[in-house]
Ligand binder design. Structure first.
Ligand SMILES: [Zn+2]
Length: 527
Protein backbone atom coordinates (compact mmCIF):
# COMPACT_ATOMS: atom_id res chain seq x y z
CA UNK A 1 0.00 0.00 0.00
CA UNK A 2 1.55 3.30 -1.13
CA UNK A 3 2.20 6.10 1.34
CA UNK A 4 0.94 9.62 0.76
CA UNK A 5 2.13 13.07 1.67
CA UNK A 6 -0.51 15.70 2.13
CA UNK A 7 0.53 19.14 0.90
CA UNK A 8 -1.30 22.43 1.56
CA UNK A 9 -0.14 25.89 0.55
CA UNK A 10 -1.48 29.38 0.74
CA UNK A 11 0.44 32.55 0.24
CA UNK A 12 -0.28 36.20 0.69
CA UNK A 13 -0.21 36.72 -3.10
CA UNK A 14 -3.06 38.52 -4.77
CA UNK A 15 -3.64 35.45 -6.89
CA UNK A 16 -4.25 33.39 -3.80
CA UNK A 17 -7.09 35.51 -2.46
CA UNK A 18 -9.61 33.15 -4.02
CA UNK A 19 -7.96 30.05 -2.59
CA UNK A 20 -9.34 28.34 0.49
CA UNK A 21 -7.50 28.77 3.73
CA UNK A 22 -4.97 26.14 4.80
CA UNK A 23 -7.36 24.88 7.47
CA UNK A 24 -10.03 24.43 4.81
CA UNK A 25 -7.66 22.67 2.45
CA UNK A 26 -6.49 20.33 5.23
CA UNK A 27 -10.02 19.45 6.31
CA UNK A 28 -11.16 18.59 2.80
CA UNK A 29 -8.00 16.69 1.92
CA UNK A 30 -8.04 14.64 5.13
CA UNK A 31 -11.64 13.67 4.45
CA UNK A 32 -10.71 12.85 0.86
CA UNK A 33 -7.86 10.59 2.00
CA UNK A 34 -10.28 8.74 4.26
CA UNK A 35 -12.96 8.14 1.61
CA UNK A 36 -10.39 7.14 -1.03
CA UNK A 37 -8.55 4.97 1.48
CA UNK A 38 -5.22 6.74 1.02
CA UNK A 39 -2.60 6.30 3.73
CA UNK A 40 -1.29 9.74 4.73
CA UNK A 41 2.08 9.46 6.52
CA UNK A 42 2.77 13.17 6.88
CA UNK A 43 1.26 16.59 6.29
CA UNK A 44 3.29 19.41 4.75
CA UNK A 45 2.11 22.99 5.18
CA UNK A 46 3.68 25.88 3.30
CA UNK A 47 2.93 29.55 3.64
CA UNK A 48 4.82 30.94 0.71
CA UNK A 49 4.21 31.99 -2.86
CA UNK A 50 4.97 29.40 -5.53
CA UNK A 51 5.95 32.07 -8.00
CA UNK A 52 9.68 31.74 -7.45
CA UNK A 53 11.29 28.30 -7.17
CA UNK A 54 12.73 27.37 -3.82
CA UNK A 55 9.98 26.71 -1.29
CA UNK A 56 11.68 24.99 1.66
CA UNK A 57 8.80 22.70 2.68
CA UNK A 58 8.07 21.72 -0.91
CA UNK A 59 11.74 20.93 -1.51
CA UNK A 60 11.93 18.82 1.62
CA UNK A 61 8.83 16.88 0.57
CA UNK A 62 10.28 16.14 -2.87
CA UNK A 63 13.57 15.02 -1.33
CA UNK A 64 11.75 12.59 0.95
CA UNK A 65 9.64 11.30 -1.92
CA UNK A 66 12.84 10.68 -3.85
CA UNK A 67 14.12 8.69 -0.87
CA UNK A 68 11.00 6.56 -1.16
CA UNK A 69 9.16 7.70 1.98
CA UNK A 70 5.98 8.24 -0.01
CA UNK A 71 4.71 7.39 -3.46
CA UNK A 72 1.73 9.73 -3.68
CA UNK A 73 0.73 13.32 -2.97
CA UNK A 74 -2.63 14.71 -1.96
CA UNK A 75 -3.21 18.41 -2.60
CA UNK A 76 -6.02 20.85 -3.31
CA UNK A 77 -5.12 21.55 -6.95
CA UNK A 78 -2.06 21.05 -9.12
CA UNK A 79 -1.36 24.75 -8.94
CA UNK A 80 -0.80 24.32 -5.17
CA UNK A 81 2.18 22.16 -6.06
CA UNK A 82 3.75 24.30 -8.73
CA UNK A 83 3.41 27.71 -10.21
CA UNK A 84 6.77 27.97 -11.85
CA UNK A 85 8.21 25.84 -14.64
CA UNK A 86 11.04 24.46 -12.51
CA UNK A 87 8.77 22.93 -9.85
CA UNK A 88 6.21 21.86 -12.46
CA UNK A 89 8.90 20.11 -14.46
CA UNK A 90 10.20 18.32 -11.43
CA UNK A 91 6.77 16.98 -10.51
CA UNK A 92 6.18 15.82 -14.10
CA UNK A 93 9.58 14.17 -14.17
CA UNK A 94 8.92 12.34 -10.88
CA UNK A 95 5.58 11.10 -12.23
CA UNK A 96 7.13 10.03 -15.51
CA UNK A 97 9.76 7.99 -13.74
CA UNK A 98 7.22 6.54 -11.36
CA UNK A 99 8.83 8.07 -8.26
CA UNK A 100 5.45 9.67 -7.70
CA UNK A 101 2.80 7.18 -8.70
CA UNK A 102 -0.29 9.16 -7.89
CA UNK A 103 -1.38 12.75 -7.25
CA UNK A 104 -4.83 13.15 -5.80
CA UNK A 105 -6.49 16.57 -5.88
CA UNK A 106 -9.90 17.45 -4.47
CA UNK A 107 -11.53 16.86 -7.87
CA UNK A 108 -9.09 14.82 -9.94
CA UNK A 109 -6.58 12.08 -9.92
CA UNK A 110 -3.25 12.00 -11.83
CA UNK A 111 -1.29 8.78 -12.28
CA UNK A 112 2.13 8.05 -13.72
CA UNK A 113 0.45 6.06 -16.42
CA UNK A 114 -1.65 9.09 -17.47
CA UNK A 115 -0.97 11.49 -20.26
CA UNK A 116 1.90 13.53 -18.84
CA UNK A 117 1.41 16.13 -21.54
CA UNK A 118 -1.99 17.03 -20.13
CA UNK A 119 -0.50 17.67 -16.75
CA UNK A 120 2.33 19.71 -18.23
CA UNK A 121 -0.30 21.87 -19.85
CA UNK A 122 -1.96 22.38 -16.48
CA UNK A 123 1.32 23.36 -14.92
CA UNK A 124 1.99 25.62 -17.89
CA UNK A 125 -1.31 27.35 -17.30
CA UNK A 126 -0.48 27.97 -13.70
CA UNK A 127 2.79 29.46 -14.83
CA UNK A 128 1.12 31.61 -17.48
CA UNK A 129 -1.26 32.90 -14.85
CA UNK A 130 1.71 34.27 -12.90
CA UNK A 131 3.13 35.91 -16.00
CA UNK A 132 -0.22 37.49 -16.83
CA UNK A 133 -0.61 38.69 -13.32
CA UNK A 134 2.67 40.58 -13.24
CA UNK A 135 2.05 42.03 -16.70
CA UNK A 136 -1.38 43.14 -15.57
CA UNK A 137 0.05 44.85 -12.56
CA UNK A 138 2.59 46.59 -14.73
CA UNK A 139 -0.07 47.53 -17.24
CA UNK A 140 -2.18 48.92 -14.41
CA UNK A 141 0.76 51.03 -13.25
CA UNK A 142 1.44 52.35 -16.74
CA UNK A 143 -2.23 53.25 -17.13
CA UNK A 144 -2.02 55.19 -13.87
CA UNK A 145 1.13 56.97 -14.94
CA UNK A 146 -0.40 57.88 -18.29
CA UNK A 147 -3.30 59.44 -16.42
CA UNK A 148 -0.87 61.58 -14.49
CA UNK A 149 -1.17 59.62 -11.26
CA UNK A 150 2.05 59.06 -9.39
CA UNK A 151 2.09 55.32 -8.69
CA UNK A 152 4.20 55.48 -5.59
CA UNK A 153 4.54 56.95 -2.14
CA UNK A 154 3.87 60.68 -2.08
CA UNK A 155 6.90 62.89 -1.38
CA UNK A 156 7.05 65.02 1.75
CA UNK A 157 4.45 67.77 1.53
CA UNK A 158 1.85 65.38 0.13
CA UNK A 159 0.07 62.27 1.30
CA UNK A 160 -1.55 59.31 -0.43
CA UNK A 161 -5.30 59.44 0.01
CA UNK A 162 -6.17 55.77 0.22
CA UNK A 163 -9.90 56.23 -0.24
CA UNK A 164 -9.65 57.98 -3.58
CA UNK A 165 -6.21 56.65 -4.51
CA UNK A 166 -4.96 60.13 -5.17
CA UNK A 167 -2.11 62.28 -3.91
CA UNK A 168 -3.20 65.23 -1.86
CA UNK A 169 -1.37 68.33 -0.64
CA UNK A 170 -0.55 68.22 3.06
CA UNK A 171 -1.20 71.91 3.62
CA UNK A 172 0.95 72.60 6.65
CA UNK A 173 3.92 70.53 5.50
CA UNK A 174 3.58 71.78 1.91
CA UNK A 175 3.85 75.35 3.16
CA UNK A 176 7.10 74.50 4.92
CA UNK A 177 8.46 72.80 1.79
CA UNK A 178 7.56 75.81 -0.35
CA UNK A 179 9.20 78.14 2.13
CA UNK A 180 12.29 75.95 2.12
CA UNK A 181 12.53 76.40 -1.67
CA UNK A 182 12.13 80.17 -1.27
CA UNK A 183 14.61 80.21 1.59
CA UNK A 184 17.21 78.38 -0.47
CA UNK A 185 16.51 80.37 -3.64
CA UNK A 186 17.69 83.62 -2.10
CA UNK A 187 21.22 82.32 -2.57
CA UNK A 188 22.96 82.66 0.77
CA UNK A 189 21.40 79.69 2.51
CA UNK A 190 23.25 76.45 3.11
CA UNK A 191 21.67 73.01 2.80
CA UNK A 192 22.21 72.53 6.53
CA UNK A 193 20.23 75.70 7.17
CA UNK A 194 17.38 74.33 5.09
CA UNK A 195 17.47 71.08 7.05
CA UNK A 196 17.28 73.04 10.29
CA UNK A 197 14.52 75.21 8.87
CA UNK A 198 12.52 72.11 7.98
CA UNK A 199 13.15 70.49 11.35
CA UNK A 200 11.74 73.54 13.08
CA UNK A 201 8.59 73.02 11.03
CA UNK A 202 8.23 69.38 11.92
CA UNK A 203 9.98 67.79 8.95
CA UNK A 204 12.69 65.42 10.14
CA UNK A 205 13.72 61.80 9.86
CA UNK A 206 11.52 59.07 11.24
CA UNK A 207 13.61 58.95 14.39
CA UNK A 208 13.20 62.70 14.86
CA UNK A 209 16.64 63.78 13.71
CA UNK A 210 17.37 66.65 11.34
CA UNK A 211 17.40 65.38 7.77
CA UNK A 212 20.70 65.08 5.91
CA UNK A 213 22.09 67.40 3.25
CA UNK A 214 21.50 64.69 0.65
CA UNK A 215 17.89 64.45 1.67
CA UNK A 216 17.52 68.24 1.38
CA UNK A 217 19.07 68.11 -2.09
CA UNK A 218 16.66 65.34 -3.00
CA UNK A 219 13.71 67.50 -1.97
CA UNK A 220 15.05 70.60 -3.70
CA UNK A 221 15.54 68.74 -6.98
CA UNK A 222 12.24 66.88 -7.03
CA UNK A 223 10.20 68.00 -10.05
CA UNK A 224 7.10 66.60 -8.36
CA UNK A 225 6.71 69.87 -6.47
CA UNK A 226 6.01 71.86 -9.63
CA UNK A 227 3.81 69.22 -11.18
CA UNK A 228 5.97 66.73 -13.09
CA UNK A 229 7.13 63.35 -11.90
CA UNK A 230 9.72 60.89 -13.12
CA UNK A 231 8.70 57.29 -13.55
CA UNK A 232 10.61 54.53 -15.34
CA UNK A 233 13.12 57.10 -16.57
CA UNK A 234 10.49 59.30 -18.11
CA UNK A 235 9.09 62.68 -17.10
CA UNK A 236 5.30 62.72 -16.78
CA UNK A 237 2.75 65.44 -16.24
CA UNK A 238 1.17 64.83 -12.86
CA UNK A 239 -2.44 65.36 -11.89
CA UNK A 240 -1.50 66.46 -8.40
CA UNK A 241 -1.51 70.10 -7.30
CA UNK A 242 1.92 71.73 -7.58
CA UNK A 243 3.09 73.55 -4.48
CA UNK A 244 5.79 75.66 -6.10
CA UNK A 245 6.21 77.28 -9.51
CA UNK A 246 8.65 75.95 -12.05
CA UNK A 247 10.21 79.39 -11.98
CA UNK A 248 11.07 78.98 -8.31
CA UNK A 249 12.30 75.43 -8.97
CA UNK A 250 14.59 76.67 -11.75
CA UNK A 251 15.95 79.36 -9.50
CA UNK A 252 16.79 76.79 -6.84
CA UNK A 253 18.51 74.56 -9.41
CA UNK A 254 20.68 77.50 -10.42
CA UNK A 255 21.70 78.10 -6.82
CA UNK A 256 22.38 74.38 -6.33
CA UNK A 257 24.56 74.29 -9.43
CA UNK A 258 26.57 77.26 -8.24
CA UNK A 259 27.20 75.43 -5.02
CA UNK A 260 29.33 72.57 -6.22
CA UNK A 261 31.58 72.56 -3.23
CA UNK A 262 30.41 72.04 0.29
CA UNK A 263 30.07 75.15 2.36
CA UNK A 264 32.22 75.75 5.35
CA UNK A 265 30.21 76.60 8.38
CA UNK A 266 30.70 80.16 9.51
CA UNK A 267 33.21 80.52 12.34
CA UNK A 268 31.22 83.26 13.93
CA UNK A 269 28.15 85.35 13.39
CA UNK A 270 29.97 88.64 13.13
CA UNK A 271 30.75 88.35 9.44
CA UNK A 272 27.25 89.30 8.45
CA UNK A 273 28.39 91.47 5.59
CA UNK A 274 30.47 88.83 3.83
CA UNK A 275 29.49 88.14 0.27
CA UNK A 276 27.86 91.50 -0.17
CA UNK A 277 30.69 93.89 -0.79
CA UNK A 278 33.46 93.99 -3.41
CA UNK A 279 36.75 95.81 -3.31
CA UNK A 280 36.59 98.98 -5.38
CA UNK A 281 40.23 98.76 -6.35
CA UNK A 282 40.62 95.18 -7.53
CA UNK A 283 37.08 93.77 -7.62
CA UNK A 284 37.77 90.92 -5.18
CA UNK A 285 35.29 89.96 -2.49
CA UNK A 286 35.45 91.63 0.90
CA UNK A 287 35.68 89.13 3.71
CA UNK A 288 35.35 89.34 7.48
CA UNK A 289 37.82 88.30 10.10
CA UNK A 290 37.76 88.17 13.86
CA UNK A 291 40.81 88.67 16.00
CA UNK A 292 40.83 87.99 19.70
CA UNK A 293 43.44 89.63 21.86
CA UNK A 294 44.21 88.34 25.32
CA UNK A 295 45.76 90.95 27.51
CA UNK A 296 48.15 90.18 30.33
CA UNK A 297 45.63 91.41 32.87
CA UNK A 298 43.17 88.79 31.66
CA UNK A 299 40.95 91.05 29.58
CA UNK A 300 39.87 89.65 26.26
CA UNK A 301 39.26 91.96 23.33
CA UNK A 302 37.46 90.95 20.22
CA UNK A 303 38.06 92.83 16.99
CA UNK A 304 36.11 92.22 13.82
CA UNK A 305 37.52 93.44 10.54
CA UNK A 306 36.57 93.42 6.93
CA UNK A 307 39.22 93.32 4.27
CA UNK A 308 39.87 92.63 0.60
CA UNK A 309 40.67 88.97 -0.11
CA UNK A 310 43.33 90.14 -2.62
CA UNK A 311 42.90 87.01 -4.65
CA UNK A 312 43.86 88.82 -7.84
CA UNK A 313 47.17 90.03 -6.56
CA UNK A 314 48.37 93.17 -4.91
CA UNK A 315 45.77 95.63 -3.61
CA UNK A 316 46.42 98.65 -1.47
CA UNK A 317 43.06 98.79 0.30
CA UNK A 318 43.26 98.84 4.10
CA UNK A 319 41.10 96.72 6.33
CA UNK A 320 38.12 98.28 8.06
CA UNK A 321 36.75 97.80 11.53
CA UNK A 322 33.35 96.20 11.56
CA UNK A 323 31.72 99.04 13.46
CA UNK A 324 33.04 101.57 10.99
CA UNK A 325 31.44 99.62 8.19
CA UNK A 326 28.08 98.85 9.76
CA UNK A 327 27.91 102.42 11.00
CA UNK A 328 27.57 103.56 7.40
CA UNK A 329 24.51 101.44 6.67
CA UNK A 330 21.74 103.57 8.21
CA UNK A 331 22.78 106.64 6.21
CA UNK A 332 22.74 104.64 3.00
CA UNK A 333 19.39 103.02 3.66
CA UNK A 334 17.81 106.30 4.72
CA UNK A 335 18.07 107.60 1.19
CA UNK A 336 15.58 105.00 -0.01
CA UNK A 337 12.72 105.21 2.43
CA UNK A 338 9.41 105.56 0.66
CA UNK A 339 7.07 107.87 2.63
CA UNK A 340 3.95 106.04 3.72
CA UNK A 341 1.52 108.47 2.08
CA UNK A 342 3.31 108.10 -1.26
CA UNK A 343 3.09 104.34 -0.87
CA UNK A 344 -0.67 104.51 -0.37
CA UNK A 345 -1.00 106.63 -3.49
CA UNK A 346 1.15 104.23 -5.51
CA UNK A 347 -0.86 101.23 -4.39
CA UNK A 348 -4.04 102.95 -5.55
CA UNK A 349 -2.52 103.62 -8.95
CA UNK A 350 -1.36 100.02 -9.21
CA UNK A 351 -4.88 98.85 -8.54
CA UNK A 352 -6.22 100.99 -11.34
CA UNK A 353 -3.60 99.66 -13.72
CA UNK A 354 -4.48 96.15 -12.68
CA UNK A 355 -8.06 96.59 -13.77
CA UNK A 356 -7.03 97.87 -17.16
CA UNK A 357 -4.47 95.14 -17.64
CA UNK A 358 -7.04 92.48 -16.89
CA UNK A 359 -9.21 93.72 -19.71
CA UNK A 360 -6.43 93.54 -22.24
CA UNK A 361 -4.96 90.19 -21.20
CA UNK A 362 -7.50 88.20 -23.18
CA UNK A 363 -5.58 88.20 -26.44
CA UNK A 364 -2.32 87.12 -24.87
CA UNK A 365 -3.93 84.27 -23.02
CA UNK A 366 -5.41 83.03 -26.28
CA UNK A 367 -1.97 82.99 -27.87
CA UNK A 368 -0.51 80.94 -25.02
CA UNK A 369 -3.45 78.55 -25.16
CA UNK A 370 -2.67 77.89 -28.81
CA UNK A 371 0.99 77.27 -28.06
CA UNK A 372 0.05 74.76 -25.38
CA UNK A 373 -2.31 73.00 -27.77
CA UNK A 374 0.48 72.80 -30.34
CA UNK A 375 2.78 71.12 -27.82
CA UNK A 376 0.09 68.63 -26.78
CA UNK A 377 -0.31 67.81 -30.42
CA UNK A 378 3.43 67.27 -30.79
CA UNK A 379 3.40 64.93 -27.80
CA UNK A 380 0.74 62.88 -29.53
CA UNK A 381 2.73 62.72 -32.75
CA UNK A 382 5.81 61.73 -30.77
CA UNK A 383 4.01 58.89 -29.03
CA UNK A 384 2.73 57.64 -32.37
CA UNK A 385 6.22 57.72 -33.78
CA UNK A 386 7.35 55.56 -30.86
CA UNK A 387 4.48 53.11 -31.27
CA UNK A 388 5.10 52.86 -35.00
CA UNK A 389 8.74 52.24 -34.14
CA UNK A 390 9.87 55.19 -36.24
CA UNK A 391 11.99 56.41 -33.32
CA UNK A 392 13.60 54.56 -30.46
CA UNK A 393 12.78 54.95 -26.81
CA UNK A 394 15.80 57.08 -25.96
CA UNK A 395 14.91 59.69 -28.56
CA UNK A 396 11.32 59.57 -27.42
CA UNK A 397 12.25 60.20 -23.80
CA UNK A 398 14.56 63.09 -24.59
CA UNK A 399 12.02 64.76 -26.88
CA UNK A 400 9.18 64.17 -24.49
CA UNK A 401 11.09 65.70 -21.61
CA UNK A 402 11.77 68.83 -23.66
CA UNK A 403 8.14 69.22 -24.63
CA UNK A 404 6.75 68.50 -21.20
CA UNK A 405 9.01 71.11 -19.62
CA UNK A 406 8.10 73.66 -22.28
CA UNK A 407 4.45 73.00 -21.71
CA UNK A 408 4.82 73.49 -17.98
CA UNK A 409 6.50 76.88 -18.55
CA UNK A 410 3.61 77.99 -20.74
CA UNK A 411 0.99 76.70 -18.33
CA UNK A 412 2.65 78.66 -15.59
CA UNK A 413 2.72 81.79 -17.71
CA UNK A 414 -0.93 81.27 -18.41
CA UNK A 415 -1.72 80.77 -14.75
CA UNK A 416 0.11 83.98 -13.87
CA UNK A 417 -1.80 85.78 -16.56
CA UNK A 418 -5.08 84.41 -15.37
CA UNK A 419 -4.23 85.02 -11.75
CA UNK A 420 -4.84 88.55 -12.63
CA UNK A 421 -2.78 90.94 -13.65
CA UNK A 422 -0.29 89.64 -14.46
CA UNK A 423 2.86 89.12 -12.95
CA UNK A 424 3.96 92.67 -12.28
CA UNK A 425 1.44 93.58 -9.60
CA UNK A 426 2.74 91.41 -6.81
CA UNK A 427 6.40 92.39 -7.19
CA UNK A 428 5.36 96.03 -7.32
CA UNK A 429 3.27 95.71 -4.18
CA UNK A 430 6.12 93.90 -2.48
CA UNK A 431 8.56 96.57 -3.49
CA UNK A 432 6.33 99.33 -2.13
CA UNK A 433 6.03 97.41 1.12
CA UNK A 434 9.79 96.92 1.32
CA UNK A 435 10.56 100.55 0.59
CA UNK A 436 8.18 101.73 3.31
CA UNK A 437 9.51 99.21 5.84
CA UNK A 438 13.02 100.49 5.28
CA UNK A 439 12.19 103.22 7.79
CA UNK A 440 11.79 100.61 10.48
CA UNK A 441 14.86 98.68 9.37
CA UNK A 442 17.01 101.78 9.70
CA UNK A 443 15.69 102.51 13.19
CA UNK A 444 15.46 99.10 14.80
CA UNK A 445 16.55 96.43 12.33
CA UNK A 446 19.37 94.00 13.09
CA UNK A 447 22.43 93.64 10.91
CA UNK A 448 21.07 90.82 8.80
CA UNK A 449 17.87 92.69 7.90
CA UNK A 450 19.97 95.72 6.99
CA UNK A 451 22.13 93.49 4.85
CA UNK A 452 19.14 92.04 3.04
CA UNK A 453 17.73 95.55 2.43
CA UNK A 454 21.07 96.66 1.10
CA UNK A 455 21.19 93.72 -1.26
CA UNK A 456 17.76 94.61 -2.59
CA UNK A 457 18.82 98.20 -3.18
CA UNK A 458 22.26 97.67 -4.70
CA UNK A 459 22.23 94.13 -6.03
CA UNK A 460 25.92 93.40 -6.39
CA UNK A 461 26.91 97.01 -6.92
CA UNK A 462 28.37 97.61 -3.50
CA UNK A 463 32.04 98.49 -3.20
CA UNK A 464 34.51 99.37 -0.50
CA UNK A 465 37.04 102.14 -1.09
CA UNK A 466 39.40 103.29 1.65
CA UNK A 467 36.92 102.27 4.28
CA UNK A 468 33.91 103.92 2.67
CA UNK A 469 31.02 102.10 1.05
CA UNK A 470 30.30 103.09 -2.54
CA UNK A 471 27.23 101.89 -4.32
CA UNK A 472 25.00 102.18 -7.35
CA UNK A 473 21.36 101.50 -6.61
CA UNK A 474 19.36 99.37 -9.01
CA UNK A 475 15.88 99.97 -10.36
CA UNK A 476 13.48 101.09 -9.00
CA UNK A 477 15.43 102.23 -5.96
CA UNK A 478 17.58 104.48 -8.15
CA UNK A 479 14.47 106.26 -9.38
CA UNK A 480 13.03 106.43 -5.90
CA UNK A 481 16.11 108.17 -4.54
CA UNK A 482 16.19 110.54 -7.47
CA UNK A 483 12.56 111.47 -6.97
CA UNK A 484 12.99 111.94 -3.23
CA UNK A 485 15.90 114.28 -3.83
CA UNK A 486 14.54 116.17 -6.76
CA UNK A 487 10.90 116.74 -5.98
CA UNK A 488 8.95 118.13 -3.12
CA UNK A 489 6.15 116.10 -1.59
CA UNK A 490 3.47 118.05 -3.39
CA UNK A 491 4.88 117.52 -6.85
CA UNK A 492 3.83 114.62 -9.00
CA UNK A 493 6.40 113.08 -11.26
CA UNK A 494 6.73 110.19 -13.64
CA UNK A 495 9.47 107.73 -14.20
CA UNK A 496 10.40 107.99 -17.84
CA UNK A 497 11.38 104.78 -19.61
CA UNK A 498 13.49 104.39 -22.67
CA UNK A 499 11.20 103.84 -25.63
CA UNK A 500 11.65 100.40 -27.09
CA UNK A 501 11.18 99.74 -30.76
CA UNK A 502 13.02 100.17 -34.04
CA UNK A 503 15.15 103.21 -34.69
CA UNK A 504 17.92 105.05 -32.90
CA UNK A 505 17.31 106.43 -29.46
CA UNK A 506 17.71 110.19 -29.54
CA UNK A 507 20.85 111.06 -27.59
CA UNK A 508 21.54 112.08 -24.98
CA UNK A 509 19.33 109.69 -23.06
CA UNK A 510 17.71 111.55 -20.22
CA UNK A 511 16.66 108.49 -18.30
CA UNK A 512 15.21 109.03 -14.89
CA UNK A 513 12.36 111.05 -13.59
CA UNK A 514 10.49 113.93 -15.12
CA UNK A 515 7.85 116.17 -13.59
CA UNK A 516 4.37 115.91 -15.09
CA UNK A 517 4.46 119.46 -16.39
CA UNK A 518 7.53 118.67 -18.50
CA UNK A 519 6.97 119.71 -22.12
CA UNK A 520 8.20 116.34 -23.36
CA UNK A 521 5.04 114.80 -22.00
CA UNK A 522 2.75 116.88 -24.18
CA UNK A 523 3.62 114.54 -27.05
CA UNK A 524 1.96 111.62 -25.30
CA UNK A 525 -1.72 111.00 -25.71
CA UNK A 526 -3.46 111.91 -22.48
CA UNK A 527 -4.98 109.10 -20.51
ZN1 LIG B 1 41.18 94.80 -3.31
Amino acid sequence: MPNYFLYARKSTDVEDKQVRSIEDQLAVLRALAKTEGLNVVEEFIEKQSAEIPGRPVFNEMLARIERGEAQGVICWKLDRLARNPVDGGQISWFLQRGIIQHIQTHDRSYRSTDNILLMSVEFGMANQFIIDLSTNTKRGLNEKVKNGEYPSRAPVGYFNDRRYKTIVVDKKIAKAVREAFEYYANGDTRLEDVAKFLAERGIHTRSGKTISRDRVTYILTNTFYFGLFRYDGELHEGKHTPIISKQLFDKVQKVLKGRGKPHKSPKNESKALCGLIKCDECGCAITGEVKIKHQKNGNVHRYAYYRCTKKRGACSQPCVKEDDLTGQLPDILKEFILPADCAAELLKMAEKDEKEALQSSGAESQAIKEEIAAISNKLGVLLNALLEQDIDREVYRAEKQKLVLQKRDLEEKMANLNKGVVAWLEPLQNWIKDAVLLDETVKTGDLSSKKSSLRKICGSNLFLKTGKLKFVPIKPYAELRYALKKFSKEETCLISERVTGIGPVSPPWQGGIIPVYDTRLSNFPSA
